[in-house]
Design a protein around this ligand. Structure first.
Ligand SMILES: [Ca+2]
Ligand SMILES: [Ca+2]
Length: 233
């Protein structure tokens, strides 16, 4: 459902895209009240610096650096890295470097994984990065946060169950597909809050979808995911 909704959002965004040139890849994204999403796309050229017009560059010293990572649904592609690649602070040097990215298995529609930050933190940003020359470049996912304290909290929601019904707070649903045939590029997404904190979370859940299922190679090459916590929290 989220994927389909995302397609329509993108189409609508293109129709009204002219005033939004400062974020050329940013069709309107869906996010919880008070949550802001910024999308940057470095294309047709990009460098290993992951330097973006608006989105901060990836960090090696963020709140996710030592997070425990857990695959919840789906299969990792054996040609890629483990989930550790999402938090190691290292970046691919080239646009098609499978061993430096985590991606779900070829021929599958995606999956989900969870970060455990170890304690409840005031999360101010969730920043996600990807890079690929074609359909594995854009990011399509929903992200949820939880402090794990709710009655009935399910740390590993599966199937089509809505995590928001098992103790998770929906933060945003991201779809950076630019429309048109050419989807390649280096993408940066920054999710933040005007009030400083998106929420107080120990766990972050990412539910990822392939960008297309026309062939087996639509799962995004995720290079890094940063969780930024407010200082002193
Ligand atoms: Ca990082
Ligand atoms: Ca990395």
């Amino acid at each position: 459902m989220l994927i389909r909704a995302g397609v329509f959002v993108i189409v609508a965004g293109l129709v009204a895209a002219a005033p939004r040139l400062q974020t050329p890849a940013a069709a309107p994204q869906r996010a919880a009240a008070g949550v802001t999403v910024v999308v940057d796309r470095n294309w047709p050229t990009a460098t290993r610096a992951f330097s973006f017009a608006h989105v901060p560059s990836p960090s090696a010293t963020d709140a996710a650096t030592n997070a425990k990572r857990q695959l919840i649904q789906g299969e990792a592609d054996e040609n890629g890295a483990t989930l550790a690649a999402l938090t190691d602070g290292l970046l691919p040097r080239e646009e098609d470097e499978p061993g430096s990215n985590f991606f779900f298995n070829a021929g599958t529609s995606g999956g989900s994984f969870r970060f455990d930050l170890g304690s409840v933190l005031a999360v101010s940003q969730v920043n996600t990065y990807s890079w690929h020359p074609n359909t594995r470049g854009p990011q399509v996912y929903s992200v949820y946060g939880s402090d794990g304290a709710a009655a009935g909290f399910d740390a590993a929601p599966k199937g089509d169950a809505d995590p928001a019904k098992s103790g998770w707070t929906w933060i945003a649903s991201i779809d950076t597909r630019p429309g048109g045939a050419d989807m390649g590029g280096q993408y940066g997404v920054s999710i933040s809050s005007a009030t400083g904190a998106i929420g107080r979370f120990r766990y972050l859940l990412f539910v990822c979808s392939a960008t297309e299922t026309d062939d087996d190679y639509g799962n995004t090459f995720y290079s890094e995911i940063d969780i930024i916590a407010k200082a002193g929290h």
